[in-house]
Design a protein around this ligand. Structure first.
Ligand SMILES: [Zn+2]
Length: 323
């Protein structure tokens, strides 16, 4: 089972609630995609069902939760569904009034809670009006704003903020076995405290390949070498599945460029391992903000299905022709 990094306060919170017999019937666990909601939920469920309420990972209750065989843990199946409808919630609630089989509690889990339809939310709220004493609901969401106010106000909220650099660095060294200081620093800066982003990046050779290719292209752009237009076209065409990554990496470099140009400070950069590039581009591209704006616009237009190669090339052409 995976170690959980950070969120000690949240873990204590559930444990204390159990010890004080003040466990709520409805928790809303929120945090951005990749922050570790599911892992933490798993810990909460173990804490509640564990024979010693310690999430000991050794008792039969903990092991059943870990292997997905705990009969008193019931989930809405949300895979590939755009919305969670009334029918899904009714199915979830089917045996709400049947006492737990193995322990004192029954846990109901709604993942991707932002997908609840209004009707489904109301069905859930109805059940929460007078839930049986043993029922504990967990709703997970990466987009709390999409929940109905009535749902939000009914639940006890547990928010998972971005993790500190210290905690993430421990994770990177211990679990990912990455010891290269430059790489660690880049992962910390690029992920903004999101453990899922760190994990995905560390497993993704493609990401670092794309990054190196983009560095070459940005060097061409800095040299006002018009071949960068062809290079960027090829990079997009050859990596059709990775357009979002290309744009995100590109934006991070140009964001650094704007930041450095305006502050002359290299502390707040994301791509600290590529300082030489940022510094040299900062001398060569006079108006980095225009370029930044152009790339942002490309990202916006891409969502509206405008050809991204074309819009990025326009942004590059403007940078090539400045002055
Ligand atoms: Zn246990």
């Amino acid at each position: 089972m995976a170690n959980i990094y950070g969120y000690d306060k949240q873990k204590e919170y559930i444990k204390n609630a159990l010890n004080n017999a003040s466990l709520s019937h409805f928790y809303i666990v929120s945090g951005e995609v990749g922050c570790g909601k599911k892992e933490l939920l798993n810990h909460f469920v173990k804490t509640i069902l564990c024979e010693s309420h310690e999430a000991c990972n050794r008792c039969s209750a903990c092991m059943k939760v870990e292997s997905g065989n705990a009969v008193d843990v019931i989930r809405v199946s949300t895979s590939n569904k755009k919305t969670i409808g009334t029918k899904d919630i009714r199915t979830l609630l089917d045996d709400l009034y049947v006492r737990p089989v193995e322990g004192e509690y029954k846990i109901y889990i709604i993942d991707a809670g932002e997908r609840l339809t209004t009707e489904a939310s109301n069905t859930l709220l109805k059940a929460l009006e007078e839930p049986p004493t043993y029922a504990v609901f967990f709703l997970l969401t990466s987009n709390k704003e999409k929940l109905l106010d009535t749902v939000l106000s009914r639940g006890t909220q547990i928010y998972l903020p971005p993790l500190s650099d210290n905690i993430l660095e421990t994770y990177i060294r211990k679990e990912l076995k990455i010891f290269d200081d430059d790489k660690i620093e880049f992962l910390l800066n690029y992920s903004s405290g999101n453990i899922g982003v760190v994990k995905n990046l560390s497993l993704d050779d493609k990401f670092f390949y794309l990054r190196e290719e983009l560095i070459k292209i940005l060097e061409q752009l800095g040299d006002k070498d018009a071949r960068c237009l062809q290079s960027i076209k090829i990079l997009f065409e050859e990596n059709k599945e990775y357009h979002d990554d290309i744009l995100k990496i590109m934006l991070s470099f140009i964001r650094d460029l704007v930041y450095f140009q305006n502050t002359n400070d290299d502390e707040g950069l994301i791509n600290t391992d590529k300082m030489y590039l940022i510094k040299s581009l900062s001398d060569k591209i006079k108006n980095a903000f225009n370029l930044y704006d152009g790339i942002l616009e490309s990202i916006k237009l891409k969502d509206r299905n405008v050809n991204v190669i074309m819009t990025v090339k326009v942004a590059f052409m403007n940078a090539l022709s400045e002055e």
